[in-house]
Write a protein that binds this ligand. Structure first.
Ligand SMILES: [Zn+2]
Length: 97
């Protein structure tokens, strides 16, 4: 994540299978994948890998992600279905997250 990482990196030993490009939080019962709410993506603005959170849905571009550190905005069309399922589990879809 460049010279100014958004979060501290840490090493852990676990029997779970974890991916390099997934953002996890550690809970007492193990690592929790925060996708699609928090993701790590290459930022088209600063060209760094940044940690971003789902901010809103754009009808044409997909999920609008805003980076924690710099506030850059990027879009991820592949996360739309997952976000809609979390935001509206009973099918009451809307563009607001
Ligand atoms: Zn950026």
């Amino acid at each position: 994540m460049g010279d100014h990482p958004d979060f501290d990196h840490m090493s852990i030993t676990t029997t779970e299978t974890l991916a390099d490009d997934i953002f996890y939080i550690l809970s007492p019962t193990g690592a929790i994948d925060l996708t699609p709410l928090v993701v790590i993506r290459p930022c088209p603005t600063c060209h760094q890998r940044e940690v971003a959170y789902a901010d809103k849905l754009d009808k044409n571009k997909g999920v609008s992600l805003k980076t924690f550190d710099r506030g850059h905005v990027l879009y991820e069309p592949s996360l739309v279905d997952e976000i809609r399922t979390i935001a509206h589990p009973h099918g009451n879809a809307s563009d607001a997250i």
